[in-house]
Design a protein around this ligand. Structure first.
Ligand code: ADP
Length: 259
């Protein structure tokens, strides 16, 4: 579905992501992992159409996304940034409606269908009970659900998330990842997300890309990628990898004590 070919991209003419090639499968829940500064966000931004490659290309169903019209790409792929600054006291409902902006008619006014869609998304994301509240007054977990709702309002088949659970407690993290899993498994969305928490990556992602210093160190299923040797090499720390007996998915336990 998405083919990344010899991609190099970065900032101020310096490549952060260096000559990487990988395919992202339709219907996958793909996680991008790796330590801070590895280039995860840079890769995600580039494959979302927000950071033009210095070399190589990104094809979506065979078409170079940087040669597609912006509105056509916006119909196919949405991107939820990390730590999006919000400084205006919008109501939750209005804020979610903004997600439909790229889809709206020429005059950019909301139609009955736009209102219906926002209602449906608020039901799905469990944001309806604070629909009228000021977005600046929400808890971290509520705010994150609203950001996801806004991204869903764009109604694309592919959704890219940059650290959707950063700064959330484990209960809120789990709620957000379960929501993404439902989108993936029940609604057929292709999910691509950067993710810090290796346990969540193991549990929720069908496919993982492990980045290190701007290149792909390894990729494959969660079980293939989350082996203790590779994780210890990349993160430079000791870990124990177990299998969750319920889900049969890998669990990565950092061992912080010194030898
Ligand atoms: P990760 O998401 O894996 O933590 P990033 O892709 O955010 O890594 O960053 C990779 C590298 O690119 C880092 O060295 C970072 O300092 C640099 N970088 C990130 N954003 C910018 C930017 N806007 N301008 C210049 N350098 C940046």
């Amino acid at each position: 579905m998405i083919q990344i070919n010899n991609l190099s991209c970065g900032y101020n003419k310096i490549s952060v992501v260096k000559n990487i090639s990988i395919d992202i499968k339709k219907g996958s829940f793909t996680g991008i992992i790796g330590k801070n500064g590895a280039g995860k966000t840079t890769l995600l931004k580039s494959l979302s159409g927000l950071l033009k490659p210095y070399a190589g290309n990104i094809l979506l169903n065979g078409i170079d996304i940087y040669k597609m019209k912006r509105n056509l790409l916006a119909e196919k792929l949405s991107f939820m940034p990390q730590n999006m600054p919000i400084d205006f006291p919008f109501s939750v409902k209005d804020f979610i409606m903004f997600g439909r902006f790229p889809l709206m008619n020429l005059f950019k006014y909301a139609t009955k269908r736009d209102y219906e869609k926002v209602e449906e998304i608020m039901d799905f994301t469990e944001t309806k009970n604070f629909a009228e509240r000021n977005i600046l007054e929400l808890s971290g977990g509520e705010r994150q659900k609203v950001l996801i709702a806004q991204t869903l309002a764009q109604e694309t088949d592919i959704i890219a998330f940059d650290e959707p659970t950063s700064h959330l407690d484990i209960g809120s993290q789990s709620a957000i990842f379960r929501l993404l899993r439902t989108l993936n498994l029940k609604h057929g969305k292709t999910i691509i997300t950067t993710i810090h928490d290796l346990n969540a990556a193991g549990e929720f992602c069908s496919d993982l890309i492990l980045m290190n210093n701007g290149i792909i160190f390894s990729s494959g299923t969660a079980t293939e990628v989350l082996n203790y040797k590779d994780i210890e090499t990349v993160y430079n720390t000791t870990v124990v990898v177990k299998t969750n007996p319920v889900s049969n998915k890998p669990v990565v336990i950092p061992v912080f004590s010194e030898k």
